[in-house]
Design a binder for this molecule. Structure first.
Ligand code: TXA
Ligand code: MG
Length: 364
């Protein structure tokens, strides 16, 4: 995947390297840094030249806005136009969930560069928790814009190696902070509209946000709700002996570059919802990914488990890495992956799987 002419250095997090990276970013350079969710492709949010490089390196259309990462609630208030009830609501959420994997879409200050917001009146802001990312925020004294550090349309990277393999040759530095502890991109909550909307599910679940804001209505994207309902119906069908397959209405449309392709894997991905009757694919060329090993007496060579013990956080943490391995190994013609029920962290995992399988059209 890698192409380009720049030599990409993977830096270990020494004091010297943290200073070098902070200077580089302050001077308009772009670097990949670890966050607690996924690796980000980072630039000074006030430097339009640097922001342009981010779009170029990712191959991302300028119509897709960026998230700005700041150190704390005070800095967030410098970028967002917040008054009255909205201000109180945001501060309540910041108090409860930040620093952490929650991004806030808010009315922007008038001077915020258009390039960050793709011309919208709103800006996405996040206060990240990863100690290395926070160290660069502190040393560079910049707010940092960062999309996930992957080529546009592919899986988000959860290790420095993923960044090197997919963007190596296109950027100067990758800071190696090991594997990202959460492994899925942040939850995105749009508070600029009433009722507010959960644009992207993540580690911080709808249920958790709702419990902090019991009087507020929070809407889910309609397409997501409809799919969750279809999946419940399919799980019922599977219980009755139906085996999902290529001809199934839930199979990937398999048209690379088509409108439903996000996280576009080279290997077609199919989702299934129950395991009891899963007779499919003991064949060589098919990988089967299960959420957990529990209750699986018979395990085949091409069976993989997101978590041996069925731990939700571990499933999320391993999801992109395992799909990445299976996809880039070129050993499989198809991947079948079990999709969890859509609540709590399961909603975030299901969302990423639907996108990777080409089932979900819209959304960040
Ligand atoms: O966990 C994360 O959020 C990671 C790490 C690096 O912080 N970042 C990340 O950024 O996932 P990105 O650019 O890959 O995804 C952010 C999504 C984009 O799809 C974008 O469309 C959406 O957030 N977004 C950004 N600004 C927005 C806005 N003003 N209104 C609605 N959606 C917005
Ligand atoms: Mg992304």
């Amino acid at each position: 995947m890698a192409s380009g002419t720049i030599e990409t250095a993977i830096l270990s997090p020494t004091q010297e390297n943290l200073d070098r990276l902070s200077d580089w970013i302050r001077q308009g350079g772009v670097a990949a840094l670890p966050t607690e969710t996924v690796y980000g492709l980072v630039a000074d949010a006030s430097n339009t030249g640097a922001l342009r490089q981010v779009f170029e390196i990712k191959g991302r259309p300028l119509s897709n806005p960026l998230i700005v990462h700041v150190e704390n609630g005070e800095k967030l208030l410098e970028w967002a136009e917040l008054t009255g009830d909205l201000r109180r609501t945001v501060l309540t959420l910041v108090e409860k969930f930040s620093p952490g994997p929650l991004s806030y879409v808010l009315p922007k200050k008038f001077w915020v560069p258009e390039l960050l917001t793709a011309g919208r009146p709103t800006l996405a802001l996040r206060i990240p928790a990863h100690p290395l990312f926070r160290e660069i925020l502190r040393r560079s004294k910049c707010a940092l814009a960062a999309p996930s550090a992957n080529p546009f349309g592919y899986l988000s990277p959860t290790s420095a190696r993923h960044v090197q393999e997919s963007l190596g040759g296109k950027l100067r530095y990758v800071l190696d902070g090991g594997e990202c502890p959460i492994g899925l991109e942040s939850t995105i909550l749009d508070l600029s509209r009433s009722p507010m909307r959960l644009l992207r599910p993540g580690k911080i679940s709808l249920e958790e946000i709702q419990s902090v804001l019991p009087d507020k209505e929070i809407l889910l994207p309609e397409e997501e709700r409809a799919l969750a309902n279809e999946e419940i119906a399919l799980a019922e069908k599977e219980r009755a002996g139906h085996i999902p397959g290529e001809a199934d209405e839930f199979a990937s449309p398999g048209a690379p570059g088509g409108p439903r392709r996000h996280y576009s894997l080279r290997t077609p991905l199919h989702l299934f919802f129950k395991t009891e009757e899963l007779l499919l694919a003991k064949e060589e060329k098919v990988a089967r990914v299960f959420l957990s090993r529990k209750d699986r007496e018979e395990v085949f060579r091409n069976d993989f488990f997101l978590s041996e013990e069925g731990d939700g956080a571990q499933m999320a943490q391993r999801l992109f890495g395992l799909l990445w391995e299976l996809d880039t190994s070129r050993s499989y013609e198809k991947i079948y992956c079990q999709c969890p029920p859509s609540h709590g962290l399961g909603a975030a995992i299901a969302n990423r799987l639907r996108r990777a399988a080409g089932r979900l059209k819209h959304g960040p």
